[in-house]
Design a protein around this ligand. Structure first.
Ligand SMILES: C[S@@+](CC[C@H](N)C(=O)[O-])C[C@H]1O[C@@H](n2cnc3c(N)ncnc32)[C@H](O)[C@@H]1O
Length: 240
C-alpha cells in the first residue's frame, strides 16, 4: 500500500514537471534521461518516433535533432501538431503505414529510432507481456533496414519471458545493447528500455526477429509436456 502511494506520488511529480516544462507527457523525461546517458540523437538527425502519442518523445526528439533534423512520429492515435515533426496515424505493423513512414523520410535513411510503443494493456500480465514483445519485434523488423550504419535505437520492453531471446536476436546487429531504467520510469512497472547503439547492418540482416522470437512460442496443437500454457492460447516452451 505504501509502495503504491509512493509510486503514484512519484508519477504525479513527473506529470507536474512535464506540465510546467511544456511537455505533453511525463514520458518525455524518460527520453531526456536516456539521451543524457547514451546520446542517441545528434544535431541534424533523422528520427523515427514509434508509438508517438501524445507527442512527448517527439517534442524531445525535435529539440535534440535541431533545425537541420527531421522527426516523424507514428501512432494509432492522432497527435496535436509539434513544430518540426510530421505525424502519421496508423498501425506501424501495417504495410500502408510503413509505406507512408518511408515516404515521410523521402527515402532517406534514419539516424535514430526511438520507440515507446506499448499495446493496449488488458491487465492480464503474461498476455500483455507477450503481445508487447511481439510488437517490439515487428518494429525491429520493419525499421532496422531503414536505420543507417552507426544508427541508434531505443525501445521500451516489459520484463518477462522472451526478453533474453529478443536481446540475443538484436545483439549481433549493434555494437552495444544495454537495458536501462530511467529514473522517470523507475518503480512504475516492469518496463525497461533496450538501448542499442551503433547499427551494424551487414550482420544477420536477412533474419526476421519476429519469426525467430515466435519460435519460443508454440500453438496449442503443438502441445507436449515441455510446454506451459500462456494467457493467449499459445504456449511457452519451458527452458531446458
Ligand atoms: C506509452 S505511449 C507513448 C507515449 C509517447 N512516447 C509520448 O512521450 O508521448 C504508447 C503508444 O504506443 C501506441 N501504439 C500501440 N500499438 C501501436 C501500433 N501497432 N502502431 C502504432 N502505435 C502503436 C499507442 O497508441 C500509444 O499511444
Amino acid at each position: 500500500m505504501a509502495d503504491r502511494w509512493a509510486d503514484s506520488h512519484r508519477k504525479d511529480a513527473w506529470r507536474k514537471m512535464a506540465k510546467n516544462s511544456g511537455y505533453r507527457a511525463r514520458s518525455a523525461f524518460k527520453l531526456i534521461q536516456i539521451q543524457k546517458k547514451f546520446n542517441l540523437i545528434r544535431e541534424g538527425d533523422y528520427v523515427l518516433d514509434v508509438g508517438s502519442h501524445p507527442g512527448g518523445w517527439s517534442q524531445v526528439s525535435v529539440e535534440f535533432a535541431g533545425d537541420g533534423g527531421h522527426v516523424v512520429g507514428v501512432d494509432l492515435e492522432p497527435c496535436e501538431p509539434v513544430e518540426g515533426c510530421v505525424f502519421i496515424v496508423g498501425d506501424i505493423t501495417d504495410l500502408d503505414t510503413q509505406k507512408r513512414t518511408i515516404e515521410a523520410f523521402s527515402d532517406s535513411m534514419i539516424n535514430a529510432i526511438v520507440s515507446d510503443i506499448s499495446p493496449n494493456l488488458t491487465g492480464n500480465w503474461s498476455r500483455d507481456q507477450i503481445i508487447s514483445l511481439q510488437l517490439v519485434a515487428s518494429v525491429f523488423d520493419f525499421s532496422l533496414p531503414l536505420l543507417c550504419p552507426g544508427g541508434n535505437f531505443v525501445t521500451k520492453i516489459f520484463q518477462g519471458e522472451g526478453i533474453e531471446k529478443l536481446i540475443q536476436l538484436v545483439k549481433p546487429r549493434f555494437s552495444t545493447v544495454k537495458r536501462f531504467s530511467p529514473e522517470a520510469s523507475r518503480n512504475s512497472s516492469s518496463e525497461v528500455y533496450l538501448v542499442c547503439k551503433n547499427h551494424v547492418p551487414w550482420k544477420n540482416s536477412g533474419i526476421s526477429i519476429l519469426s525467430e522470437l515466435n519460435k519460443i512460442y508454440t500453438s496449442e496443437d503443438d502441445e507436449d509436456e515441455d510446454t506451459e500454457k500462456s494467457a493467449i492460447g499459445f504456449r511457452l516452451h519451458k527452458a531446458k
